[in-house]
Design a protein around this ligand. Sequence first.
Ligand SMILES: C[S@@+](CC[C@H](N)C(=O)[O-])C[C@H]1O[C@@H](n2cnc3c(N)ncnc32)[C@H](O)[C@@H]1O
Length: 255
Amino acid sequence: MTESGGTPMEAEFDTVARWTEEVVGRLGPEHAIPAGCRGSASPAGLDWLLRTCGVGTGTRLVDVGGGVGGPAGYAVRHAGAAPVVLDPMFGACRAASRLFGVPALAADGERLPIAAGAADAVWCLGVVCTVRDKTGLLREIRRVLPAGGPLGLLVVVGDEERPPGAPEGNSFPTRRVLREALRESGFRVRAETDVDDLPEPPPDWTARTEEFEHALREAHGEDPRFAEAEDQSQRLAALARDGHVAVRLLHAVAC
Ligand SMILES: C[S@@+](CC[C@H](N)C(=O)[O-])C[C@H]1O[C@@H](n2cnc3c(N)ncnc32)[C@H](O)[C@@H]1O
C-alpha cells in the first residue's frame, strides 16, 4: 500500500487506464492508439508482431494483459483482426472496450476464460515481468492455443531478476531463463529482436503521444497516483538507460 491507498502497480495499470480513457475522450480518437500503447510496442514493433504471428482478417487474437487495448486496436486497424482483451484491471478493460470497441474481460493471465485451443493467436506484451509465476502464465497461454498456434511476446529481460531500483512488482527474466520458461511451457521460439533495432515511431505518432502525456499531466499531475505511476516508468527507463534491462520481441509457436 502507498500514500494513495493502492499499490504502485494499481496506480500504473488501473488508475492511469481510467485517466487514459478520459483524456483520449477529450483529445479525440486519433490519440487512442498511441495513448493506448504507451509503455508497450511502437508501430514497427506491432507490425513485426502482426507479420510474424500471421495476424490477418478475422484472426481471433487473445491479448493477455492487453491493458487499455492500444495493441488490440492497432491489430484491428492494420490487419482486420478480431481481438479480445484480457486484463486483471477493471479500469483497463473498460478503457479497452470504450476506446476500441473490442471485447474486454477482467482476468488473470494464469486463469484465462478461454476454452483449450480456441485462440488463433495470442499476444502478451509487457506482462511477463509483472507476474511471479512466468512459467505458469506461459503454460496457461499454451493451453488456449492449438498446436502450431503463434504467440507474440514483448518481454523486458534483465541482467538479474531485480536490479537495484527496479519498479515495484516487476521481476525480469534473463534471456536464458525466458527461453527455458518458453521451452518448458511447450513453445518453440521462431524469431526475436530487440525493439531498439526497429525503426523509430513516425513523427505523428510521437506528437500524439506527447500531446496525450501533456494533457494527462495537466489533468492529474497533482494526484499522488500520477507520481507513483511516473516513478514506476522512470525506474524502468533508468534501468534501460544503464543497460540492466532490454525490451525484446519474440515470436514463438505452440509445439
Ligand atoms: C506494461 S502493461 C502492458 C499493457 C499492454 N499489453 C500494452 O502492451 O500496451 C502490463 C499489463 O499487464 C497486466 N497484468 C498485470 N498482472 C497480470 C496478470 N497476472 N495477468 C495478466 N495481465 C496482468 C497489467 O494490468 C497491465 O495492463
